[in-house]
Design a protein around this ligand. Structure first.
Ligand SMILES: C[S@@+](CC[C@H](N)C(=O)[O-])C[C@H]1O[C@@H](n2cnc3c(N)ncnc32)[C@H](O)[C@@H]1O
Length: 254
């Protein structure tokens, strides 16, 4: 099975569990990633926004509830089904499309904003993808990419003799997909998930954005908020080691 099929199958096979986990209060994402993304999603009412790798619609629904006109694209049949059901339940008119974002034909449409939430790690050639999708951004339109921090993808957690948490960094510049074990999904589904993910260095993403005429306005490495600074191991790790990185840019010329 090729890399793309492995990723698609893993999301199809864990769709229900993924959906109930990603936005629950104690996932990594809801502790640090989504709060930082939501802060960037301002002035979205009546704007045409493309949500690439939309999954079960976490960001699509959030934006549609605030009046944005959303097109969400994902190649997982099961996640798109869940996204459609959730939108119908809330009577939100979202255009969900089941497709590979590297192959989808967006015609001549141009958007006010494009978001890729936690999806870029599944794309091998980020420069090519961003070059293509930037053609569908209006001038001054924005793009937001949230993803795992490349340092998180390059090593493992360690603890020194005093119990301080740190990270090893082994493979920062590797281009090979890394196999990630979804331990949490395994524990709830009983199935083994080993999902390939492409590590992208900061330089790689920044260059891909610049080469697509996108000027970077913000880079965030979000940490848990003060309210979350309790003693759990997860929060301790997240407070001292990089988990996510979020890029925002605007299109400056065609
Ligand atoms: C971590 S999930 C993120 C989903 C959603 N954006 C969110 O934040 O909850 C990654 C998503 O990327 C999708 N994906 C990965 N590669 C893709 C591709 N080439 N085309 C379309 N969807 C893709 C997967 O199906 C999955 O739904």
């Amino acid at each position: 099975m090729n890399t793309k099929c492995k990723i698609k199958n893993a999301y199809d096979e864990s769709a229900l569990q993924y959906d109930s986990f990603v936005d629950c209060g104690n996932s990594h994402n809801s502790i640090a990633e989504s709060p930082a993304v939501y802060k960037l999603l301002t002035d979205i009412e009546n704007k045409n926004i493309l949500d690439l790798c939309c999954g079960s619609g976490r960001y699509s629904l959030w934006m549609a509830r605030r009046g944005a006109k959303i097109t969400g694209i994902d190649y997982s049949k099961k996640l798109i089904k869940i996204a459609r059901e959730k939108a119908d339940k809330e009577s939100l008119a979202i255009n969900f499309i089941e497709s590979d974002i590297e192959k989808v034909d967006l015609g001549k449409r141009k958007y006010d904003g494009i978001i890729i939430g936690m999806g870029i790690g599944y794309i091998r050639n980020v420069g090519k993808l961003l070059g293509e999708i930037a053609k569908h951004l209006k001038i001054n339109g924005w793009i937001i990419i949230s993803t795992n921090h490349p340092i998180r993808e390059s090593g493992e957690y360690i603890k020194d003799k005093e119990g301080n948490i740190g990270r090893t960094v082994f493979t920062y510049f590797s281009k090979k997909p890394r196999m990630v074990e979804w331990k949490h999904m395994q524990s709830i589904t009983g199935k083994k998930f080993e999902v390939p993910i492409y590590p992208h260095s900061i330089e790689e993403i920044v260059s891909a954005l610049f080469n697509s005429s996108i000027y970077i306005t913000n880079i965030f490495e979000p940490r848990p908020s003060k309210n979350n600074l309790c003693e759990s191991e997860l929060i301790k790790r997240m407070a001292c080691c990089q988990q996510f990185i979020i890029y925002r840019g605007i299109k400056v010329r065609m």
